[in-house]
Ligand binder design. Structure first.
Ligand SMILES: Nc1nc2c(ncn2[C@@H]2O[C@H](COP(=O)(O)OP(=O)(O)OP(=O)(O)O)[C@@H](O)[C@H]2O)c(=O)[nH]1
Ligand SMILES: [Mg+2]
Length: 230
């Protein structure tokens, strides 16, 4: 979290990470379509000519909270294996990560490799994955030959981080993933005393304000795996 006292701005950096073509950019596009028109930002993208992200995408959200502006900058990294140095650059100063996994059985290995790459890149910039708010999204639930719900459920029960299902181009699970990450990030900042110090809001109040301002659904319905609400 970056706090600029002079301009009264608090900035959060959230990064969508994952293997090549898992649907990271699709998440940002779908989210852009779904936030309230009054708050819809431009999506800044840098693509190669084959639609693959070359450097990053950035969706800069901005919410007025009385005297303070909360900026939530959402980034994607490029998934191509050889672009690890670029991913490391994008991770600098990160406050939370969505790991967008590809649900297809054929992608199990590339998911695992990308997860190792995430851990290594964080380590290289002096951060540890276990100390970072993390949400895992299993995207492409509509594809043929995907890992079963039972398998994802077992996976969700093994770890402590939230796991969600998604079909990003249709927007399914996209807002839920974003608000779930916000929930974890706000809880973490609150525990560190940062929220009360800078925004004077509880995590619940802040999440409600952000969801309402951006017109995002506040209830996580159906997308979260292994959750009583799903
Ligand atoms: N069927 C299906 N296709 C998807 C889904 N999500 C993304 N795609 C498709 O997969 C391709 C890659 O999607 P992107 O969002 O560009 O993936 P990315 O992770 O940003 O890819 P890189 O930037 O190259 O790492 C596109 O053709 C998408 O339309 C999904 O949930 N279901
Ligand atoms: Mg991309």
């Amino acid at each position: 979290m970056q706090v600029d006292f002079r301009s009264r701005e608090v900035t959060l950096k959230l990064v969508y990470y994952g293997p090549s073509q898992s649907g990271k950019s699709s998440n940002l596009r779908a989210l852009q379509d779904r936030v309230a028109a009054s708050h819809r930002p431009r999506l800044i993208t840098l693509d190669a000519n084959d639609d693959r992200t070359l450097f990053l995408d950035l969706l800069p959200l901005s919410i007025e909270l009385g005297e303070v502006t909360l900026r939530i900058n959402l980034y994607t990294v490029p998934g191509k294996a050889e672009l690890s140095a670029t991913r490391r650059l994008v991770l600098r100063g990160v406050d939370g990560v969505v790991f967008v996994a590809d649900s297809r059985n054929s992608a199990t290995r590339s998911n695992a490799e990308s997860f190792v790459d995430l851990k290594q890149n964080l380590r290289d910039i002096g951060r540890a994955l276990k100390d970072l708010p993390l949400v895992i999204q299993f995207n492409k639930r509509d594809a043929f030959d995907v890992r079963s719900d039972e398998e994802l459920c077992a996976l969700a029960q093994r770890g402590s981080e939230p796991v969600l299902r998604a079909v990003a181009p249709r927007g399914e699970g996209v807002c839920e993933t974003f608000t779930t990450l916000l929930e974890v990030v706000f809880a973490r900042l609150d525990a560190a005393g940062e929220l009360s110090r800078t925004l004077r809001l509880s995590p619940t109040q802040l999440l409600e304000l952000v969801s309402k301002t951006l017109a995002l659904p506040s209830a996580i319905a159906g997308a979260r795996i292994g959750d009583a609400r799903s």
